[in-house]
Design a protein around this ligand. Sequence first.
Ligand code: SAH
Length: 290
Amino acid sequence: MTFAPDTRTATLPTQSTYQNRVADYWNAEENPVNLELGRVDDLYHHHYGIGEADWTVLQEDDPELRRARLTAELHRLEHAQAELLAGYLGRLTPQDRVFDAGCGRGGGSVTAHLRYGCHADGVTISAKQAEFAGAQARKRGIDDKVRYHHRNMLDTGFETGAYAASWNNESTMYVELDLLFAEHSRLLRRGGRYVTITGCYNDTYGRASREVSLINAHYICDIHPRSEYFRAMARNRLVPVHVADLTEAAIPYWELRRQADHLVTGIEDTFLDAYRNGSFQYLLIAADRV
Ligand code: SAH
C-alpha cells in the first residue's frame, strides 16, 4: 500500500500565530511618536529614552515651536539610549558584523554602523519595517554594509559564529528567552558581546503587576521577570559583564512624553506608575559569549 507523501511538515508556517499577530501590529503601526521623531534626522527608533530632559521645552509659548521642540527633545533622549547600547558592543572594527534582533525601522543598526563602520544585519518580523529600513539605508548610501531582513530573530538562517556583537533593544518581550539567547549564542563568535535594553518585571515585587499586564496587552507582548534573563543567559553561554538599572533614567522621557499631546499613545501613565510602584524596571545587560 502506498501513501501520499505527508506534506504537512513542509507547509508548517515559519511563524507562529502569535508571531503573525505581532507582525500585523508592526506592519500597521504608524504612531507619530515613532515617525515624527525619526524624521528629525532620519534615525528611526522604536524604543524609549533615557537621561535628564530639557524641561524648558514645556515653557515654549508658541504652539508650533513647542511641538517641534518636544519632538526633538524626545528624539534626543531616544537616541541617547541607542548610543548607550552601542557603547557596550565592544571594540568593533569596520570588518566586524553585528546582528540587530528585532530592529524596528532600523535606527539601531545605523547608529552602530556610524560609530564603528561595521556591517549590520537587522531583523524584524514586519515586512513593512524591513522595507522601510532598507530604503533608509539606501538613502544614506550605506546599504552595502547595513542590511535589513524580514525574518524571525529566533531562526535567522545567518552564519554561525559570524558576528562580533548582537543586541535586542526593547524586543525581548516578544519571544521566549531561551530560544532567543540560543540564536544569539549560535551567531556570536566566542568572546562576542550581547547587549539588551529591556523592560522587565521586578521579582522582588512578586508577579506581574496590573500595570505590567496593561503594557503587555497594549503591545501584545509578554514582559519577562528580571530573574529569567540571567537564567536564560546562563543556559546559553552568555555571561553578564555589565548590569545597569536604568529605571530612574527612564522617567524623564515618560514625564515629557505624557505632556506631548501630539505624540501620546495612551500608555504613558501606565509606564510611570509601573516604574514608581516598583513592579517594573528598565535594565541594560551586557554579556560575553563564552
Ligand atoms: N529594536 C528596535 C525596535 C523595537 S520594537 C528599536 O530599538 O527601534 C520591537 C521590534 O521587535 C519590532 O521591530 C518587531 O517587528 C520586532 N519583533 C518582534 N518579534 C520578533 C521576532 N520573532 N523576530 C523578529 N523581530 C521581531
